[in-house]
Design a protein around this ligand. Sequence first.
Ligand SMILES: Nc1nc2c(ncn2[C@@H]2O[C@H](COP(=O)(O)OP(=O)(O)OP(=O)(O)O)[C@@H](O)[C@H]2O)c(=O)[nH]1
Ligand SMILES: [Mg+2]
Length: 285
Amino acid sequence: MLLTAANVVSDNLDNVVTAWPDFDRLHPFYYELADAIVDANELRQHLSELSWASEKATDIRHEYESRLSGDRETATKFRKQAFARIADVVEEIEDDLLAVGEAREQLRGLPDIRPDEPTIVVAGYPNVGKSSFVNTVTRASNKEASYPFTTTQIHVGHVENNHIRYQLVDTPGLLDRPPEDRNEAESQAVSALEHAADVVLVMFDPSGDCGYPLDVQRALRDDIVGRFDVPVLTVYNKMDRCEGEKPDDGDYFMSVAENENVEAVLGAMIEAVDYEPELPIEDNR
Ligand SMILES: Nc1nc2c(ncn2[C@@H]2O[C@H](COP(=O)(O)OP(=O)(O)OP(=O)(O)O)[C@@H](O)[C@H]2O)c(=O)[nH]1
Ligand SMILES: [Mg+2]
């Protein structure tokens, strides 16, 4: 009975610990995102308490095993004592167990962004047409997963080109306002995106509909250029609403509403990603 009780406690706690990915080997994208949601150091601490408790349960078993060989009455007394001590150990880690369970719930909905897949991040102020663009180009293969990140959601859509799958990440609430307006978790989500992005599309609305003047939109782009270590392309949308000269700081001009130049913009993004799939090395023997 003691052997079984100690093993059940010890094995279950070990399973909880080993079921967590090794934080040190996690892709930086997921590390940053996870750390923004649950403090990774605190979580490590909780998990190490569980490991401690697991070992402790085994220790108690070893300590009492030899004492159980005596007469029945003494053995029963020791067995109860051992049970009580194991129960104390479990009680001692109650808070850690609760915290680990809560962290698991919070992390369960992490967006399905594959950091190793070529990734196009779409940024820009609210209402400039980001979602319209992502929805248009991902129409067929649009498996959109959204994730409630603090006040906002990250949407992920996919397109395929030359048998390579590209993910488009639409990030309302994250890359659509000045850095000083972001809370800590949101800033960290932005750093996570820095690890995942292969190219950033900054979308401008020159029509004035979105409510943000162009110089404000440009300031956001300049912040993104400073942060991201990948090509950042400026795309003017809503060109159907604009007359006169094209602004000279645009890489591309389109109208999602009139489906004008949208595919070309997508093509340019894919080219900017410059993704080379890893091919198996040919064996010439
Ligand atoms: N005239 C015109 N309107 C457009 C164009 N593209 C998008 N819109 C409209 O602009 C509005 C905002 O578009 P969304 O795609 O929701 O913009 P968003 O950037 O995703 O906005 P948030 O999700 O709030 O950040 C919608 O009413 C669209 O129909 C365009 O090329 N021309
Ligand atoms: Mg949107």
